[in-house]
Design a protein. Structure first.
Length: 492
């Protein structure tokens, strides 16, 4: 869908910043907005507001002013607000998917599930709002000791461009359920669905409880530095995570970081080969052009099945994932979000060849003339990979799969764990003993066995090493936005 063909009701009507229950123009007159693109055609959709430090301060002040009232709202009543927001998301799921497909390049057929997942997240934490409980601690006669979990205050959440609507909406849930107020910063590459989300749910909550900003580095930096922001969170890459953490250190602000991955899929000789081939293709998230932190971009195949599985992947992959226009319901693989991301993918293709990898399939922009102006890249597979290669160690965040051959299990896990990342892993075997042994040896926060890519509400998601700090999508995320207060009462 070209920009000129966008139906009425898809784009947000507002082009401002939402905080304190109202829409506001950015405070800097010059450079107060920026073009936002349709990556399928490299053409401008519209202009989006750009918040500076003064705008961030105004939004945080509004959130801070609303905090006391929201924290005092009974948990069951806070839950009702969350459920109302969930219902609105479900009602508008398809237009929101179309908007994200226009603005970030992912296929609309896949994005159609994002609003539903976000709504499920809101409902899940609504159900947990009354479960934020403390403990009583025996102290003997004359003392009564108990703990309570208190909300932190204003929470800043910086979300990623690969699922803009889903992340912005879902990451409201836990801090709001716990009694915090929230300032969401939209991804600068794809901000439009966050503006539309503000239009849809902003008025559901009391003024200042939910606030939405668009902007670039200055906006994110100001949010992390603001003294009234009590916790800052990020879904993004490792360099951005390090920058957020450094900024937060100035005020000893706690962080919650879901960062990148160079995730491994390990296949044993006894794996079900048909399911394994499907899992390898699905695990790389080619649907999103590989733009997923959980993608299993390193595949370790036992030498006895290596050639058979690699041949099957190379044969099936181009038929299952062919780049196409993101707003076409038939498209199974969309565009990369920006020219910079496309050029990064091309850089890593060259790096793979220079380092001695063998290009099995893909490796270039598609030949289809209909895609010539957009940021498209073919699904790509490299084999003959070695641990020292750049494609073996560095996150691409693009549609490149690297395949390794292994024989010895000890050497295998030295290579699997020999990277700075530790987000997800996938183990393929029909042996229960092997599955548990491998799961215990892989150094990641999340492990699938004979499966990939799925998230399950209530199951903690997060990484180790440079893949992040903290856990989300579970009860632990709720507690991330509280602190423990101990109360000791001495009887007279």
């Amino acid at each position: 869908m070209r920009t000129r063909d966008i139906p009425d009701g898809i784009l947000p009507r507002q082009r401002g910043l939402f905080y304190g229950g109202q829409w506001h123009a950015p405070r800097s007159g010059a450079d107060a907005d920026a073009e936002t693109l349709n990556p399928a055609y490299n053409e401008v959709i519209t202009r989006a507001p750009v918040a500076n430090a003064a705008d961030v301060d105004a939004a945080v002040q509004a959130a801070h002013a609303a905090f006391a009232g929201w924290a005092a709202t009974p948990p069951a009543q806070r839950a009702r607000y969350l459920r109302r927001a969930a219902a609105v998301l479900r009602e508008h799921a398809m237009p929101l998917a179309q908007l994200d497909a226009l603005n970030n390049g992912n296929p609309v057929s896949a994005l159609a599930h994002d609003a539903g997942f976000a709504a499920d997240c809101l409902d899940y934490f609504a159900g947990l709002a009354t479960e934020i409980k403390g403990e009583t601690i025996p102290m003997g006669l004359g003392n009564f000791n108990y703990t309570v979990q208190e909300p932190l205050g204003v929470v800043g959440r910086i979300v990623a461009y690969n699922h803009p609507l889903m992340f912005a909406a879902a990451r409201l849930a836990a801090p709001l359920a716990a009694g915090n107020t929230v300032v969401i910063k939209a991804p600068d590459q794809a901000p439009l669905s966050t503006l539309r989300l503000a239009e849809l749910v902003g008025d559901i909550f009391p003024p200042g409880v939910v606030n939405f900003l668009c902007g670039g580095r200055e906006c994110g930096d100001a949010l992390g530095r603001h003294p009234l922001v009590r916790k800052i969170t990020l879904i993004g890459g490792v360099p951005t995570g390090k920058a957020v953490m450094k900024t937060a250190a100035d005020s000893l602000k706690p962080v919650l970081l879901e960062l990148g991955g160079k995730n491994a899929l390990v296949a044993y000789a006894d794996a079900d080969l048909g399911r394994l081939v499907d899992g390898i293709i699905a695990g790389m998230n080619f649907t999103w052009s590989g733009q997923s932190c959980g993608s299993t971009s390193r595949v370790f195949l036992h030498e006895s099945i290596h050639d058979t599985v690699l041949d099957a992947v190379a044969r099936l992959l181009p038929t299952r994932h062919k780049p196409g226009i993101p707003t076409d319901p038939a498209t199974t693989m969309g565009a990369l979000v920006s020219r910079a991301q496309l050029e990064k993918v091309e850089h890593y293709v060259r790096a793979g060849l220079e380092d001695g990898g063998r290009l099995v399939c893909g490796g270039k922009r598609p030949d289809d003339p209909a895609l010539r102006d957009g940021f498209f890249h073919e699904p790509t597979v490299f084999s003959d990979m070695q641990p020292h290669m750049r494609l073996a160690r560095e996150e691409v965040f693009g549609p490149i799969l690297s395949v390794f051959r292994w024989r010895d299990e000890d050497t295998l896990f030295e290579q699997v764990n020999g990277v700075d990342f530790g987000l997800t892993g996938s183990i393929w075997t029909q042996s229960l003993d092997t599955a548990h042994r491998a799961a215990s040896r892989i150094q990641t926060g999340y492990v699938w066995i004979n499966n990939t890519s799925q998230h399950f509400m209530g199951a903690p998601f997060g990484g180790v090493k440079q893949s992040g700090i903290g856990r989300e999508e579970c009860f632990a995320e709720l507690l991330e936005f509280t602190y423990c207060k101990n109360v000791n009462l001495r009887f007279g």
